[in-house]
Structures are given as structure tokens and as C-alpha cells.
Design a protein around this ligand. Structure first.
Ligand SMILES: NC(=O)C1=CN([C@@H]2O[C@H](COP(=O)(O)OP(=O)(O)OC[C@H]3O[C@@H](n4cnc5c(N)ncnc54)[C@H](OP(=O)(O)O)[C@@H]3O)[C@@H](O)[C@H]2O)C=CC1
Ligand SMILES: CCCCCCCCCCCCCCCC(=O)OCC(=O)COP(=O)(O)O
Length: 314
């Protein structure tokens, strides 16, 4: 009896190993696939005036997409358009001069009109990349609730309002792809980032719901969660009293090259990925630790909070 069971166990192990091998082979083949062609697709990018958004504009433009670039400053958007046009000659693809739409995501009243303007550019949207965002630095005790709202308006309510305004046209065509640039902080919360982490957690939750609801219409949803990227995010971050932080943090300066992250976003679109973490080993492990051993994760975060900063009254 024992031998029979032992034999069964060995068989099960072989089955598991074979399964793992097939899965790994499948993953490798998926990676090798060139993925969907982006030539002539209409790609809308928010926050395209700088950082990751600008690099996304570069890689999607080079891939032949018809771009609609969004931001708050028309002059900075035009500057990006000029840079892309200047670089077009070296492209092996047929490229298109990007169009621009200027609006403030934190201004709820302007988002509907902006969506109409975006749709008028090419009559359709194939890919919406919700990239624009701001970060925050501060402890909760010294943070005005108005700042919590401001970050939520820009990072959550603005992008979901834009998404919902563009969705009906996608549903009608039974086609479309919504991408959102969240953050590792959409999956774990670290001290002194309450407003930012909350907005990114809300983002993750909303777009996970959207993915499930849109599948029947053939609309794809990709949530991208990067770790630190070398951009002006920390410089542009807002503090507890609403003033600008204005500092390039060491973590940001040592972050990934935004062009590499933009290439990974393009790959995620081509491969129709659902949820992508683009971070190093420690943040990625931290995401799993938060779920598998929350008590340890919370202890680590409390110790980090004590080391990093103290509220004003201590
Ligand atoms: N840098 C990092 O370490 C990481 C960044 N991310 C995410 O990447 C995304 C891009 O940020 P990143 O490039 O790093 O930072 P940047 O500060 O360089 O870029 C932010 C962009 O968002 C736009 N933006 C900000 N507020 C608004 C608003 N109210 N309305 C419209 N547009 C707005 C800005 O445009 P303008 O000011 O011209 O209007 C700018 O183009 C963000 O969602 C961020 O959370 C995620 C993980 C790590
Ligand atoms: C068993 C081993 C477990 C190892 C886990 C150790 C825990 C390490 C904690 C790591 C925390 C990583 C935080 C990463 C934060 C991040 O990458 O955020 C990306 C951003 O959005 C950056 O925005 P910010 O404004 O904060 O610069």
C-alpha cells in the first residue's frame, strides 16, 4: 500500500514538474511574440508633457501610433510635439504628427469637454494611457484634508472621469484598451505617502472592477505598477499644507530610466497584459509580504515611519 502511495506521489511530482515546465515554456513564447501592431492606432496619453508620459509619447510615436497628448500646459505639449517631429526622420515606421488637448484633470468640470475634444481628433480612441499624476510628502497629523482631496482629484477622480467619458465610444465599437499608470504604492502603503498611496490603491481597485466589467465588450484594461522612476515626480509633489515639495529625492534620482519604463508600457499594451509590476526585488517582495505576512509588513513600515520623520509636535 505504502509503495503504491509512494509511486503515486512520484507521479504527482512528475506531473507538477511537467506542468511547471510547460508553463515556463508558454511564458517564454509569450515574451518572444511580437504582440499587436500599433501602427495607426489612436493612443491618448495624459501627463505627456514630462517624465514617463513624455517617454511613452516617444515610444508610441516611433511605433506609428496616432497620438493625442494631454497636459495642463499647451506650450510644454507643443515642445514635445516638436521634439517628436524632429526625431521622425530616423524612424523606420510611418509616423504621425501628434495632436494635443489641454485640460486640468483636477477640474471635474473640464474633463467632459476634454473627452469630446479628444474624440474629435481622430473620431475614435484605441488606447487611453492614464499616466498623469502627482505625489505627496507629509505626515497625516499635519496634512490638510483639502490636500488629501487634491491628490485624489488628480490621481483618481480625474482619470476615472476621463475613462468613463471615453468608454461609451469604445463599447459601441466593441474595442479599446485602457491603461493606467498606478504605482507599487497602489499595492502597498508606505509612511508619509497617505494621499498618494490612497489614490493609487483606489486606482487599482477601480480598474480591476473595470477590467471584469469590460471583458464582454472586448475592452482591455492594464494596470501598471512601477517602482521609483527618474522623473520630476518628487519635485512636483505636494506637501501637507498644499505647498510644493520641490526636492528631487534620492530614491527618485536613483529610479529606473523613464524610457525603459515606457518601453515596458508599450510591451504591456502589445501583449494585452492585465497587471504589471515594474519594480526591483525588495518592493516586489514587499507586495507579497503585505498579503502573506501582514504583521511583519506592518512592523517594518512602523519602524520605517519612526526612522524617517517625526510629527511637528515631537
Ligand atoms: N516617478 C516615479 O517614481 C513614479 C511615478 N509613477 C507614476 O507615473 C505617472 C507619471 O509621473 P512622472 O512622469 O513620474 O511625474 P512628472 O511629474 O514628471 O509628470 C507628471 C505629469 O502629470 C501631469 N499632471 C499633473 N497634474 C495634472 C493635472 N491636474 N491635470 C493634468 N495633468 C497633470 C503633468 O503635466 P503638466 O504639469 O504639464 O500639466 C506631468 O506631465 C504618475 O501617475 C506617477 O504616479 C509611478 C511610480 C513611480
Ligand atoms: C521577506 C523579505 C521581505 C522584504 C521586504 C522588505 C520591505 C521593503 C520595503 C520596500 C518599500 C518599497 C517602497 C517602494 C515605493 C515605490 O516604489 O513607489 C513608487 C512611487 O510611486 C514613487 O512615488 P514617491 O512619490 O513615493 O517617490
Amino acid at each position: 500500500m505504502e509503495r503504491v502511495m509512494g509511486g503515486g506521489g512520484g507521479g504527482a511530482l512528475q506531473l507538477v514538474l511537467a506542468g511547471a515546465g510547460i508553463w515556463l515554456l508558454y511564458k517564454m513564447l509569450v515574451r518572444l511574440r511580437p504582440g499587436a501592431d500599433l501602427q495607426d492606432l489612436v493612443v491618448v496619453i495624459t501627463g505627456a508633457s514630462s517624465g514617463l508620459g513624455k517617454e511613452c509619447a516617444r515610444v508610441f510615436h516611433a511605433a506609428g501610433a496616432r497620438l493625442v497628448l494631454c497636459g495642463r500646459d499647451p506650450a510644454r505639449l507643443q515642445q514635445v510635439v516638436q521634439e517628436l517631429r524632429a526625431g521622425s526622420e530616423s524612424s523606420q515606421r510611418q509616423t504621425h504628427t501628434p495632436k494635443t488637448v489641454t485640460f486640468d484633470l483636477a477640474d471635474a468640470a473640464s474633463v467632459g469637454g476634454a473627452a469630446e475634444e479628444i474624440l474629435k481628433c481622430y473620431g475614435q480612441v484605441d488606447v487611453l494611457i492614464n499616466n498623469a499624476g502627482i505625489s505627496y510628502r507629509g505626515n497625516i497629523l499635519d496634512t490638510h484634508v483639502s490636500v488629501q482631496r487634491e491628490v485624489m482629484e488628480t490621481n483618481y477622480f480625474g482619470p476615472i472621469a476621463l475613462t468613463q467619458a471615453l468608454l461609451p465610444a469604445m463599447v459601441q465599437r466593441r474595442s479599446g484598451h485602457i491603461v493606467v499608470i498606478s504605482s507599487i504604492q497602489g499595492k502597498i502603503s508606505i509612511p508619509y505617502r497617505s494621499a498618494y498611496a490612497a489614490s493609487k490603491h483606489a486606482t487599482q481597485a477601480y480598474f480591476d472592477c473595470l477590467r471584469a466589467e469590460m471583458e464582454r465588450y472586448g475592452i482591455l484594461v492594464t494596470v501598471v505598477s512601477p517602482g521609483y522612476i527618474r522623473t520630476n515626480l518628487s519635485v512636483n509633489a505636494v506637501t501637507g499644507d498644499g505647498s510644493k515639495y520641490g526636492v528631487l529625492d534620492k530614491t527618485t534620482a536613483a529610479g529606473r530610466d523613464p524610457q525603459d519604463v515606457a518601453r515596458a508600457v508599450l510591451k504591456a499594451v502589445r501583449h494585452r497584459s492585465k497587471d504589471v509590476i515594474l519594480a526591483g526585488a525588495a518592493p516586489t517582495l514587499a507586495v507579497y509580504l503585505r498579503t502573506l505576512w501582514p504583521a511583519l509588513f506592518f512592523t517594518l513600515m512602523s519602524s520605517r515611519a519612526r526612522k524617517e520623520q517625526k510629527p511637528k509636535d515631537e
